[in-house]
Design a protein around this ligand. Structure first.
Ligand code: FES
Length: 160
């Protein structure tokens, strides 16, 4: 015959174990649906909600070394590094990015307007996580553009 310690029953052990299991599952589910923590260049960077941007607006994300642009076709996370000789491109003036090293010019979504650069500004992948734009940054994630295309833009769906 099994001995049960006084004051202990199977039910008194099963209920806390079930609650702990449910709590762990809830924490895992929350982690999967919530945006990842924002990090600096080399990690994931949260760049705000799509509705925080007007069409044509540019926001600088210095920690991620990119400019988030909402263009007419969607969002582009432009790498600040010039595709010519890698100088840092300052924020745009009058809708044009101009690298101060050799005066290459780029349009608002990174299209090449004037050399000596031979190609558009590079970009990073964007995804939408729980309603927020999340950019994957880092040298390994740079999308090198040899030519400009509207389909490079990330479309998050309807934006209020
Ligand atoms: S490094 Fe930008 S134009 Fe040369």
């Amino acid at each position: 015959m099994k001995k049960v310690r006084p004051g202990w029953s199977r039910r008194s052990l099963v209920v806390p174990a079930a609650l702990a299991l449910a709590g762990g599952a809830a924490a895992l589910a929350w982690r999967l649906i919530s945006p990842p923590p924002s990090r600096a260049f080399g990690g994931l960077v949260r760049a705000g909600r799509p509705q925080d941007y007007a069409v044509g607006e540019v926001k600088a994300w210095g920690s991620g070394r990119f400019y988030m642009v909402r263009g007419p076709s969607g969002f582009v996370a432009l790498y600040r590094q010039c595709p010519h000789l890698r100088c840092t491109i300052p924020p745009p003036e009058h809708g044009i990015f101009e690298c101060k090293c050799h005066l290459s010019r780029f349009g608002l979504t990174g299209e090449l307007l004037r050399g000596p650069a031979q190609r558009p500004m590079d970009r990073f992948p964007i995804r939408l996580v729980n309603g927020e734009l999340v950019v994957t940054t880092g040298e390994a994630w740079v999308i090198r553009r040899t030519e400009y295309s509207d389909i490079d833009a990330f479309d998050p769906g309807p934006v209020a």
